[in-house]
Design a protein around this ligand. Structure first.
Ligand code: ZN
Length: 492
């Protein structure tokens, strides 16, 4: 099917979610009048955020794709036929198809292509794509789109790289092409039968949010397919994650030819796939005789993090979109209401209470630990050098809890640091901006806080511990604290 004209009835504005319509040289939102421009014949229905700047710099630095469009089209079809032939031969000669081992780094790219092909076919063997409306999310130059169009799917290709869309549109004119960002897809709910991210998830800078968007735009009972992403053991701290990514990139520098390259922490990937019904996970490890080159399927319940991590290679998954999509945080929740936020500026307590509802789950219910992240530091905490379960508030400390986690906690004990002066400091505990307790605290007289007794809990709560002084009474808690007024907080 050729989309000679751009179908717009399933599109929506990324700001107000209103319908969009063709306008002179672009699309226009009927709700908020936002104009979405064209870039070389493709529409950009999105908004780049500051987070996109680095990726866009990479895009701009790799702007030239010099290729013969017709020849590339022919070569792609030929390569696809060869991969299929190789797969059939292997299947006839062995009980299970073998992933190809790479003999050397020059074979690596070919080997990766073959493994992607095998993963796609093993996972979609029983999925009927003919006549289905399919989203190819992060389509790049459309190199994998051929697998979808060859099986009769009506494909919409989307990428945030306008240059890739310009070339991909010429290479795969059978598909509808759009420029947009994966974390705010410009489609109505349930617009697709199938959504695919083909070696694309690890290029998305917030892939969990992108995944939820795929869930939103795919109809209940439809299919989500994630093909071939690199993964690593869980990395909770951003700097840890970055270090591990850099280590992996150093081993495989060719991957840096991509844009926004990343390696997915397995726990975050698993968090996404667990939202699907009947999910199946496939891992491969290239060229590791100890594990073998046979692809391994896991059900979600079998795919423990340890097993997955041991099997390494790349990871792929397929699953069914559930009818209950309450797990999907709607993009409306993700857009911060700027005007409401501005009203809280000037009161850090109110701002925190306002912003906690937008906070990523990874930052909720964090247990005290010895190594503290940038996130913790920004929220007023330092690790105590000697006792790993004790946090030290160097200014004021904020903790973010779900109602359940807070209810399940036995107590919080607050005291002055042992090295501190023996005189009392008035310490206040605040829940969601409201003072719920205030007591004089010394290094021998501790304040005991029972979370269940604090008062009205919300789904997400900000617990603050602050020295109460004149500044606090004026509504600010940025007290001028010095070393001997440091607090300790202990969790039981
Ligand atoms: Zn709008």
């Amino acid at each position: 099917m050729t989309h000679s004209g751009l179908q717009t009835d399933d599109l929506r504005c990324v700001f107000c979610f209103g319908p969009v319509a063709r306008a002179q040289d672009g699309l226009s939102c009927k709700g908020c009048n936002t104009f979405f421009p064209k870039f070389r014949n493709a529409f950009f229905i999105g908004a780049y955020a500051p987070d996109d700047a680095l990726g866009l710099m990479e895009v701009a630095s790799k702007v030239t794709f010099e290729m013969d469009i017709e020849e590339t089209r022919r070569n792609r079809q030929k390569a696809e036929t060869n991969l299929e032939k190789k797969y059939r031969e292997q299947r006839e000669s062995a009980a299970a198809p073998k992933h190809q081992a790479a003999a050397g780094s020059s074979d690596m790219a070919q080997s990766v292509r073959f493994n992607e092909w095998v993963a796609f076919h093993l996972l979609t063997e029983n999925v009927d794509l003919a006549g289905k409306k399919v989203l190819d999310n992060g389509a790049g130059l459309g190199g994998d789109t051929i697998r979808l169009t060859n099986r009769g799917a009506h494909v919409t290709c989307l990428d945030f790289n306008p240059v890739a869309v310009d070339v991909g549109r010429q290479l795969v004119p059978e598909a509808r092409w759009l420029i947009a960002t994966s974390n705010t897809l410009p489609f109505e709910d349930d617009a697709f039968d199938v959504s695919v991210a083909n070696a694309a998830l690890h290029h998305m800078h917030d892939f969990r949010r992108s995944f939820r968007e795929m869930l939103r735009v795919t109809r209940p009972g439809g299919t989500i397919l994630l093909v071939s992403d690199p993964f690593m053991d869980r990395k909770d701290a951003p700097d840890q994650r970055e270090k591990e990514e850099l280590r992996i990139f150093a081993e495989h520098p060719m991957v840096l030819n991509g844009v926004n390259e990343g390696v997915l922490p397995i726990n975050e990937y698993y968090e996404c796939v667990s939202l699907l019904e009947d999910a199946r996970i496939l891992t491969s490890r290239i060229n590791d005789p100890a594990i073998g080159n046979t692809p391994t399927f896991w059900s979600v319940s079998d795919a423990t993090r340890d097993k997955l991590y041991r099997s390494r290679g790349n990871i792929s998954a397929i699953g069914t979109v559930p009818h209950d999509k309450s797990c999907v945080r709607r993009p409306a929740d993700d857009l911060i209401d700027a005007r409401a936020f501005f009203e809280t500026i000037g009161s850090p307590i109110e701002s925190a209470g306002f912003l906690v509802r937008y906070m990523d789950n990874a930052n909720l219910d964090r247990a005290p630990k010895a190594d503290i992240s940038k996130f913790d530091l920004l929220n007023g905490w330092m690790p105590a050098e000697t006792e790993p379960n004790i946090w030290r508030a160097y200014n004021r400390g904020r903790l973010f809890y779900s109602a359940d986690a807070l209810r399940g906690m036995t107590s919080i004990r607050i005291k002055r640091h042992d090295n501190g002066a023996d005189h009392a400091a008035q310490v206040a505990v605040l829940l969601n901006g409201k003072e719920v307790k205030s007591e004089p605290v010394t290094n021998s007289r501790w304040m005991q806080v029972i979370p269940q007794e604090l008062g009205q809990l919300q789904d997400r709560n900000v617990l603050e511990i602050a020295i109460k002084d004149d500044k606090f009474n004026k509504g600010a808690i940025w007290g001028e604290l010095n070393r001997n007024r440091i607090l300790e907080v202990e969790f039981k």
